[in-house]
Design a protein around this ligand. Structure first.
Ligand code: XUL
Length: 611
């Protein structure tokens, strides 16, 4: 669905509606759902195109060569909401019927509210644009780190050393140290700009900033103008301790980041604020700005916004050993997990739709009979920086910017029965996350006797498209194997049983067919297209509304609520969230990739050593 209204907005002209907003790397998007979860309409604001005054490219500003800095202006996200509001008005969305709103934000990116921010947020009204009412005065840091930033290597080392190494840090926070994670980012900024840090009232994430702006100018929020960080999103900070049932900000890590005595750590904990562990709790009602500007009802509820990947996870119901792959600016793989099993090789996040207080059920014996839970309590995630933009760079350089040529090149290089690939490559245009800190382009070709050697260039330029996507997918295969404890030597034993593909590049059939071959399982796409991330946020709003307004449903699980709402939709023949098969593995090619995987793993190690 593109940025225009594509469906009738009134399957039931008085029915409740639910809104999800997604503030991501390159754009802000909104999805409007009916109460039976039909996607009615979507709108989008593209940062580079619609907000050219911020001079971003791909939504970001890049620092000097070698600095690793990738930032974006805090006010750009605010102004994108002004433009979104204008589009909502122009499209005639019936906002007075919206019963609840939730949002999603780029993960890890931090937002720094100034001392004046609470007062400014309190007085926001519909007479002027948000950006004009808040302006730079509301923030103590004008340019905020983007998730692609890799400028905090020294701080990451300090994090790991402070707690006894990468595995120890993963056991506390669910991840080893990553440059883009918020804790190392705050630490660097505090050192570089101690005064601005001192002048900071609160530190949030993009998600909590959007929750805050949704409630701005609302009634009775004294002291609560700035909304708390959502727990799932807090797991992307390297600061949140998941290792105990109580969970909370990790004291040793706060001390490290705050760089001082116990009082400094206390002050950092205060700046970070209380965390929202119940993703469906009502944290406020929609604020005056939205009511006056867009005619939202004062009763419209707001629940915590979460990260863009956790929200994307919510857009689909995944069965055990199913994964979701989101092919966007970053490529991410999301796999629901029943328990907290941290590792250096991937992330563990708290599930974004858990009912508070269900923690007691974490011990197998639980015994808390009436506790209602989502089917998975955590999820695992893999994130690659060189996703769509890397594929596009290869398309532009070797295929005259044509996807048709790119696809043709991929298909003509697919391996045949009993054949072995003769080339592969690693395209780390941006310093990669997996494997950590990998840089540059590394190409390898094989001689007839199976010896692999480094190549400056492939003989045929058309080899690149196949080389990049097969290599990206082999990396997925290798890392998913670690998450699922897959038995790599055998026929996909213990591997994935199905992949749900979403995101812009999931419209590329050749990519999905190659994915089915390499990952050795079918690939499906949601039948109802749309922006999975803002749809996931809108589903969360629907769930929060059900819990807040329907007696006896206060603790209903997210999965149950969504499934029941969809069934109502099906009964009314409005369609539910179904999937359609996009690709099935070809036996011969799958076999070839399975045999090639160990060679590829060795070549990745060589590429990392620069050999
Ligand atoms: C996740 C990550 C990216 C961003 C994209 O860890 O860094 O997927 O969330 O906005």
């Amino acid at each position: 669905m593109d940025s225009s209204t594509t469906k009738s907005l009134s399957p039931d002209s008085n029915g409740p509606l639910f809104l999800g907003i997604d503030v991501s790397t390159q754009s802000t998007k909104a999805s409007l759902l009916s109460s039976s979860l039909e996607l009615l309409s979507e709108l989008a604001i593209n940062f580079d195109r619609d907000l050219p005054q911020y001079k971003t490219s791909g939504g970001v500003l890049t620092g000097s060569a070698g600095s690793g800095e990738i930032h974006s202006p805090a006010l750009m996200a605010v102004e994108s909401l002004d433009l979104l509001a204008e589009k909502i008005l122009a499209a005639g969305w019936p906002t007075q019927r919206v019963k609840a709103v939730s949002a999603a934000g780029q993960q890890h990116a931090s937002v720094y509210w100034s001392r004046r921010a609470p007062e400014m947020l309190r007085s926001v009204n519909g007479s002027k644009r948000l950006v004009d009412q808040l302006g730079s005065q509301a923030f103590s840091r004008a340019v905020i780190p983007n998730w692609q930033d890799s400028s905090t290597t020294a701080e990451c080392k300090a994090f790991e050393a402070h707690v006894g190494g990468p595995t120890a840090l993963a056991k506390i926070t669910g991840s080893k140290a990553y440059e883009r994670f918020t804790g190392p980012q705050i630490m660097r900024w505090r050192r570089e700009e101690p005064e601005a840090y001192e002048q900071t009232e609160r530190i949030g994430l993009v998600s909590s900033m959007v929750t805050t702006l949704l409630c701005a100018g609302g009634e009775g929020q004294d002291g609560e103008e700035i909304k708390g960080i959502d727990e799932s999103d807090a797991c992307g900070m390297n600061l949140w301790d998941l290792s105990t049932p109580e969970r909370g900000w990790s004291r040793p890590l706060l001390e490290l980041v705050a760089g001082g005595d116990a009082a400094a750590a206390d002050e950092l904990a205060r700046k970070l604020g209380a965390v929202e562990s119940d993703g469906g709790r009502i944290v406020g009602r929609i604020g005056r700005w939205w009511q006056e500007k867009l005619n939202f009802s004062p009763d419209c509820l707001v629940c915590p916004a979460t990260g863009d990947n956790p929200a994307t996870l919510l857009s689909l119901a995944l069965a055990p050993r199913e994964a979701m792959v989101s092919l966007g600016t970053s490529d991410t793989l999301l796999i629901p997990a029943p328990s907290f099993e941290p590792s250096e090789a991937f992330h563990v996040f708290y599930h974004p739709a858990r009912v508070a207080g269900s923690n007691a059920s974490e011990s197998e014996e639980g015994g808390q009979g009436e506790v209602v839970e989502t089917s998975s309590r955590y999820f695992n995630m893999l994130v690659y920086k060189n996703g769509s933009l890397a594929r596009e760079a290869v398309r532009d350089k070797y295929c005259a910017s044509s996807w048709r040529e790119f696809d043709r090149a991929v298909r003509s290089a697919w391996p045949g029965r009993d054949s072995v690939p003769q080339h592969t490559g690693f395209y780390w245009f941006k310093e990669e996350i997996i494997p950590p800190n990998a840089k540059g382009v590394h190409l390898y070709t094989s001689s007839k006797d199976g010896q692999w050697s480094r190549a400056e260039e492939f003989e045929a330029p058309a080899t690149h498209p196949h080389s990049i996507i097969s290599s990206q997918l082999l990396s997925f295969k290798n890392r998913v194997g670690a998450i699922l404890h897959e038995n790599a030597g055998s026929d996909n034993e213990g591997g994935l049983v199905r992949i749900h593909a979403t995101g812009g590049a999931s419209s590329n059939q050749t990519l999905l067919e190659t994915m089915a071959d390499v990952l050795a399982c079918p690939v499906v796409r949601p039948q109802q297209q749309g922006n999975a991330c803002s749809v996931g946020a809108a589903l969360k709003a629907r769930w929060a509304w059900e819990r807040a307004t329907k007696p006896g449903r206060e603790r209903v699980a997210f999965d149950v609520c969504v499934e029941e709402a969809r069934k109502e939709g099906e009964a009314a023949e409005q369609g539910g969230q179904k999937v359609k098969l996009a690709a099935e593995p070809d036996e011969a090619r799958t076999d070839c990739w399975r045999r090639f995987l160990p060679t590829w793993e060795e070549l990745e190690r060589r590429a990392l050593r620069g050999e």
